[in-house]
Structure formats: structure tokens, C-alpha cells
Design a protein around this ligand. Sequence first.
Ligand code: AKG
Ligand code: FE2
Length: 337
Amino acid sequence: MEIDCLIPAAPFIISEPTRRWPVFGSWSAKSLLKQYSKVKFRAEAVDWPFDVYVDYMKDNHDESPLYLFDRSFAEKMNIQVADSSAAHLYDGTSPDTPGIEDGRKVAYWAPSFFGPDLFSVLGTQRPDHRWLIIGPSRSGSTFHKDPNATCAWNAVLTGRKYWIMFPSSSSLPPPPGVFVSADQSEVTSPLSIAEWFLGFHAEARRTEGCVEGICEAGELLYVPAGWYHLVVNLEDSIALTQNFVPRQRLASVLHFLRDKPDQVSGFAKDVLDPYKLFVAKLEEQEPEALEEALPKLEKMIKGPKGKWAELTKTAEDASVEGGFSFGFGGDDDEEVP
Ligand SMILES: O=C(O)CCC(=O)C(=O)O
Ligand SMILES: [Fe+2]
């Protein structure tokens, strides 16, 4: 059995490997200021030098503070991130620990226990997948599902984050206070985090499927594909997040790329057909994973719901199965190994 078949369907928090990362214990607003004070990071709609953002962070009383969320931080900070296939070189399980590669320090590595990240076959053409996240207390992320049916991990380096999460499927309503368009393409959370807490938190906690927890500094939280989540920083926090495709989710991701092209996000504009490109790269580099996923993908279309959709779909629907949702990401489409 592949190790990545063992990823549970529900969220969990672990304290490995974050505490062994070079960035853990060494990154703080103060230490980052020493090196990167004039580097501009993206905070919602603005690119601010880090010193300007830290001044703001330390002295704001906003209800929904501006959140630093930067996908190009590794390039801007000139750091190297190792992917899960190289984790053994750094995580202490191998005597051969280079630490420095290409003249850039390995700042952290993706945890090896999620197995290979299949989007890595796309190389530089993969969709956006990692972010540096910095914000003061009260900042956070309103309810959403992560892009392209991917899974994610989110590691807190400093501070603490409160998470509240719900599984999704075509048969479950969205969390209280959250609205989803008929084709499930848009998740709308019209309230600020504070308003949502005042109006819906108590009800949400009583709702079936609700999972909540606090991720402390040095811990890493796993976000299963398709789960709704809202996150709020309880203190000034620095976190790193990465989205990935484990082998057991490959069929769902292929299904998303092929059949929900209008919802696909994060690819560069010159990637015209992400599904076709992904299949071609998998054929070259991960043929066994692709072979395993393709029958699952067919089953998703031809399952009981898919059969009806197939019988009733119009020629137009045939290319984009926008009207039927398989609830990907929810537990109901998870292939239990
Ligand atoms: O740390 C956070 O605010 C959560 C980030 C998140 O959910 C995401 O990047 O998708
Ligand atoms: Fe997320």
C-alpha cells in the first residue's frame, strides 16, 4: 500500500515536521524585518514594503485587518523550499543533509507523509501552490474551499490560528451563513469574520460535520480537499501554506480540471488546457498513478448520479458537466483504499 493512501479523510493537526524546519524559531516579524524590510509583499489588493506592513500590523484596530498573503515569497526572499520527495534529505531521517542547495538555504520542506505531490509533474507550469501568510489578531480567511480540488497543509510558525471546518458534498448544505451557487462554482460569505462569529458561530458548532481546533505555533493542519474552512488569527501570526495533490485525490483533481474548466484557477495564462497538460505530464512521469486514476475518473462520471446526468445532458453539457456536482472533496467521493 502506498503511504499516501493513509491520509485520513478528515482534518488533523500534527507537530511534525514544522518544529524541525530552519524557519521555525528563526522567523518572526522582527527577524524578517532585518532582512526584508524593503521587500514588497502582497497584502490583499496592495503590495507593501514589509516594514510598512509590520507598522500597520502592530498598530491597527480594524475589524478585518489587511492580510499579507504572498504567493511569490520564496522568490522574493531568495529561499529554497524542498518538496516532499526531497524531505528525507532535510528532516533528519537521512545522514545526508545538505541544507544548502543552489546557493539558497532550504527554509522548510513539505512533509513526506503526504506522499508525492502529483502537481509537481507540471514543474513551473503548476498552478499557484504556496503562500506566506502574515496577519495580526482578528485577520483571517472567510469561508472558502481550496482551489482545483487540491488538499493543503497550513503550518503556524508564530502565533495561533482558530479553524472551523465542514465537509462538503452535493447532499450537504454549506455551513451556516455561507451561500453556494447552484453549480457550486461560487462560495459567497457576505459577512466579515467578526460578523459571522456573532451571527452564526453558535449554530455552526451545533451543525453536523463541524470540526474546530486551534493550531499553535509549531503545528501544521491538514485541510482535506473540498472542505469549507474559516480561519482567524488569535494573535499576530506567521504561517506557511501549500496546496498539493496526493495520489488518492488524483481522480478528483482530473475530474475538476476536465469538467469544471470555468472554476479552475491559479494557472498562468499561457496554460490553455490544464487538464490536457496535466495528463500529458503524468503519462511521462507518473504513468502508474494516471493508470490508477483514470478508471476512478470514469466511475465518477458513470456512477448513479453520473448515469442520470449522462442520459439527460445536452450536447453542450457533454463537454462541461457544470450542472452535476460530484461533491468532490467531500467524503462521499473519496475512494477508500
Ligand atoms: O491561514 C489562513 O488564513 C488560512 C489560509 C487558507 O485557508 C488558504 O490559504 O487557503
Ligand atoms: Fe484555504
